[in-house]
Design a binder for this molecule. Structure first.
Ligand code: MRU
Length: 361
């Protein structure tokens, strides 16, 4: 995607270092961070310098490749397995992260020498990142068929290209629509507490010149009631075998509102987000993050400094689950890199195991 007219990916590897767009600085500053070792990249995932299911998947794959490059010849396998555990422990909910760690780990442990393992690890991480970008484009190709000129879409959090290597999931159909000359409008929920909607999705859409408006999370019901939303498209961090969806906190509320108002609720995700080993939403571990994310807000002051300010009284505690679970019964369709299909266990299994899902319009 283009930033000030220049093509960027969200995360990539250059001569053993991981490069990524610094998501702590956006939308106020555009900076690229360089992470020289696997522990640095793992820390970047943990602190959300890079975030979004697809982007942390790609970063985790590259972090694994860095670990294999760093591993000493003696104790090679133990070092690499330890690094995999370390990277897995950064964030618990998004399946893409675990998928990428496993793929690079398998490729490197299968190699017969450390030299061959290094080559296999870098190649696998690179292929995963390329597939991630290509999956986003395919999601766009399939999802755009659900849109027409004038469609008003509500999206939540950031499931655009900053949450992937390129294109995104929920926003991929929007970018494809623009490419095809189909003019859509996007309502962007602010997405407290970290405000990925107001900070990241709005920035992405602004860079692409797509008409949009940020709304407070609490305003969503009003816009549904006014019949100003034609469909909801959100991303996903993990989709269980039965179709239950873990996504950014607040997604479930929007799904209930959409059902109440008879508005289609689409979940866009690539194959790597589906987890057949997790039977249902109840089995998905939900990350609980620091209460500071609720008690404080960050942004740019009128003087231009990036600052944090406390909005809650001293002494009031907070709870901060980062994700919630939306039951499959509230999902109208999945929009995937393999097609658009119903949220049934059979359709999910067919898709994940490689058979093309029956096309459903
Ligand atoms: O906590 P984050 O910002 O890493 O959350 C992940 C997300 O961006 C969302 O839940 C998103 O909708 C799915 S990621 C494509």
């Amino acid at each position: 995607m283009l930033v000030n007219g220049k093509a960027y990916r969200t995360v990539w590897m250059e001569q053993g270092a991981v490069k990524l767009i610094d998501q702590h600085q956006l939308p106020h500053r555009f900076e690229v961070a360089t992470l020289v070792g696997f522990r640095d990249t793992a820390e970047a995932i943990k602190t959300m310098l890079v975030r979004g299911a697809g982007a942390i998947g790609a970063a985790a794959g590259y972090a694994m490749a860095q670990a294999v490059l760093e591993a000493p010849a003696s104790g090679f396998a133990d070092f690499v397995k330890g690094a995999a555990e370390h990277i897995r422990s950064t964030r618990p909910t998004a399946h893409d992260l675990f998928f990428a760690v496993d793929q690079v780990l398998d490729a490197s442990l299968k190699a017969s020498t450390p030299e061959a393992a290094r080559e296999a690890a870098v190649k696998t991480a690179t292929v995963l990142a390329d597939e991630n970008a290509r999956a986003g484009e395919r999601i766009g190709e399939h999802g755009v068929r659900l849109l027409k000129s004038g469609t008003r879409i509500l999206t939540h959090c950031n499931a655009g290209w900053l949450a992937f290597v390129d294109w995104g999931s929920a926003l991929a159909p929007v970018y494809m629509a623009q490419r095809q000359g189909v003019e859509v409008f996007v309502y962007v929920t602010e997405t407290r507490p970290r405000s990925q909607g107001a900070k990241l999705t709005a920035w992405e859409l602004g860079q692409a010149g797509i008409p949009h408006a940020i709304i407070a999370d609490t305003a969503a019901g009003f816009f549904f009631q006014q019949r100003m939303i034609d469909c909801v498209i959100v991303g996903a961090d993990r989709i269980a075998a039965n179709g239950d969806v873990a996504n950014k906190i607040g997604t479930f509320t929007l799904a209930v509102l959409a059902r109440h108002h008879g508005v289609p609720f689409y979940v866009a995700a690539p194959r790597s987000t589906f987890d057949l080993r997790t039977p249902d939403g109840a089995a998905i571990r939900i990350e609980e993050r620091s209460e500071d994310e609720v008690l404080w807000v960050s942004g740019r002051s009128r003087q231009g400094a990036l600052e944090q300010v406390r909005i809650a009284p001293e002494g009031s505690p907070a709870r901060n689950p980062a994700f919630d679970r939306t039951p499959a019964s509230l999902v109208t369709r999945f929009i995937t890199d393999g097609g658009v299909f119903e949220p049934s266990p059979q359709a999910i299994a067919r898709f994940v195991r490689g058979a093309a899902p029956a096309a459903i319009s």
